[in-house]
Design a protein around this ligand. Sequence first.
Ligand code: MN
Length: 178
Amino acid sequence: MFTLISLPYAPEALEPVISRETIGYHHGKHLQTYVDNLNKLIAGTGFESMPLEEIVRKAQGGIFNNAGQILNHNLYFTQFMPMKSEEMALDGLEITKAIARDFGSLETFMAEFEQKGVTLFGSGWVWLSADKDGKLVITQEPNAGNPLTKGLKPLLTMDVWEHAYYIDYRNRRARASA
Ligand code: MN
């Protein structure tokens, strides 16, 4: 039995970038629905006792889609933190150093990550992952896809489903990615 993760911040903490209303729908309604659907689909099956990652590796169809969306959103919602100040230092972080090593600079990485979101056709996710040698790569996944099925270790993600940005940005996906 899976349960909805709790947010590690108040629902309005990410404003003005992501509104309280978006968080309310996205976490409270969309993610809750994936959790409810998965629990119904796996009841009485071998998937019932598996961790989420294992279900995503092994399942197909509706079970894969709902498990993938839960795994993806659990990372998505826990990767953010409220911006306390403009000078909140990214410089000293290990991830920033690795990004500079593999993409040249944080700005280059951000431009490429945003471009991958804008050019993803339909619903899906853009990922920053580490490969088996620790090198960082950006990948696009359609629908409920997660790069762990390709042997990558997911680190950061951008939800490119319209439900992630439509209330705040309507059809302006590029604006929502910036
Ligand atoms: Mn979503």
